[in-house]
Design a protein around this ligand. Sequence first.
Ligand code: DGL
Length: 268
Amino acid sequence: MDSKTNQAIGVFDSGIGGLTVVRALMERLPFENIIYFGDTARVPYGVKSVETINRYAMQITEFLLKKDVKLLIVACNTMAAVAYRAIRDLSPVPVLEVIEASAKLAVSETRSKAIGVIGTPATINSNAYARAIHQLDRDAKVFSQACPLFVPLVEEGWLDHEATKLVAEEYLKPVMAEQIDTLVLGCTHYPLLKPLFQDIVGANVRLIDSAEAMAEIAADLIHRENLGNTSRQSPDYLFYVSDVPYRFQTIGERFLGRTLTRVEMVRL
Ligand code: DGL
């Protein structure tokens, strides 16, 4: 047996949000060991500069590579948008990121070729989604909107709150005016707002969940490269954070949909 197969998948994020990707991975790849790093001391990344995001991303990559992971998954859309190339250049193991995964799914789902993308300011300003979508379909039209208020609203647990609804209506107005039929949820936190978004955009607009898209792409790669864990024992899940774990643990359970054990604080 190739010893690589039981090595963990390294998933990293700016904080808690990447747990939506872990959740999708746990469902799609139930025998894979996972090591997660959430940079809770320095979150949010979405409003930081490209230079800072790159520097942080390099530190996290080095940390996870030392844990001997077999695959790296950049769960954070902001890091994927800004730092993917640098991460890939540093990594001897394959690196997957959420943006390409979501772009592929969006292009395969849209009929009208009018695609909306929402994300943090850093993600939207990087133009990474528009580039990824245009690479797959030059005729697609991409309408983007930065939504900085969603991250704190989701972390506050206001998933079905009047205030969140008002904010969402305001942010989505310009993209909806473009007659989009597909909306990419380009941030780790947005899958938790899916029911609220669907209410606002209506049943005819398909929501692209970047966490689910990521899990599909990861499953494909693992299958193709024969990297799947052959052990059928229950896998190990280890979570590292850069600040005291309390907040990560309490809020994180909402993102993960299950209890979070084995959370450890580390300094990078
Ligand atoms: N994880 C980030 C993302 O997906 C959201 C939180 C942050 O701004 O750091 O873009």
